[in-house]
Design a protein around this ligand. Structure first.
Ligand SMILES: [Zn+2]
Length: 281
């Protein structure tokens, strides 16, 4: 295995069409991409050919969007079908309260999922909202990480009113910094270069030992210089390769990453070592 892609949306019919398609269309046009629909076999092939392992992500924003979820069962089924190629992160909708707590337990204990992903922009919640602390305590107790979206999003991008999506939910300080402070036992991965709050994200990851950054959703060619500098030094044990497939393809991310002026041992950590340690692979 050459690397672990920690941020993979399947891009299959279940992901692209059955979830209502709306946000995926926004995101595809934001990324300047014509959305294709992959068969499960084509998805697995894409990762196998590159000698990568991928972390598939579920999505549940039913309360805020009224759209069907990409279920934990589906992601678990794909991971079980291609055990050498994929593992999965579940998703729960925090507004479902006790049901979300039970679903997180079910996802990890029964389905074997290895983390829980949140997309606060579409789920419309602040991670430091006290009402959700029982959920974070449960996930910390399950011993798996949480993955939060940070910074702007393709969902609602370019649509009048951003289709009701509010970026405030995705800001690192105070929301993720407060959560990390209140829950030192919870491992928090923050996705994407957190534009327009990149510096805040670097500060939180430097300050809180339980906070990590996944570098998905941007081609490394466009990483801000400060992110590259920190990834190469202070944060070399805390940055993870993620593509945000299918919006950024892993082969493109990897070839652009290869051109960054990073130390070879740092590249190895970001591509493989850090994720192995964090995900216990
Ligand atoms: Zn994503």
């Amino acid at each position: 295995m050459r690397a672990i892609d920690t941020h993979v949306h399947p891009g299959t019919r279940e992901d692209v069409i059955d979830t209502g398609g709306k946000y995926i269309e926004h995101a595809a046009s934001y990324f300047g991409l014509k959305m294709e629909i992959l068969s499960e076999e084509a998805l697995a092939d894409r990762y196998r050919k590159l000698d990568l392992m991928g972390v598939l992500l579920a999505w549940d924003a039913e309360t805020n969007t009224g759209l069907p979820r990409l279920s934990n069962e589906y992601v678990a089924r794909l991971a079980a079908k291609y055990p050498d190629t994929f593992i999965g992160f579940g998703s729960v909708d925090p507004w479902k309260g006790q049901i979300a707590v039970k679903e997180a337990e079910h996802a990890v204990r029964d389905l074997g999922l290895r983390g829980i992903k949140f997309q606060q922009a579409s789920q419309a919640f602040f991670p430091d909202d006290r009402r959700f602390y029982p959920l974070w305590e449960t996930i910390a107790g399950l011993g798996v990480p949480v993955l939060f979206h940070t910074g702007t999003t393709g969902y609602g991008a370019g649509v009048p009113g951003g289709d009701g999506i509010r970026l405030k939910y995705t800001r690192p300080i105070p929301h993720l910094d407060d959560l990390a402070a209140d829950m030192p036992g919870l491992t928090i991965i923050c996705a994407h270069p957190s534009w327009p709050w990149q510096d805040e994200m670097l500060a939180v990851a430097m300050h809180k030992a339980n906070v990590y950054i996944d570098l998905s959703g941007w081609s490394p060619k466009y990483f801000p210089p400060l992110l590259v500098q920190y990834a190469n030094s202070f944060l070399q044990d805390k940055c993870l390769f993620g593509s945000d497939h299918p919006y950024i393809k892993p082969d493109r991310w990897l070839s652009d990453f290869d051109k960054l002026p990073l130390k070879p041992e740092v590249k190895e950590k970001i591509l493989l070592g850090n994720a192995k340690r964090l995900l216990k692979i």
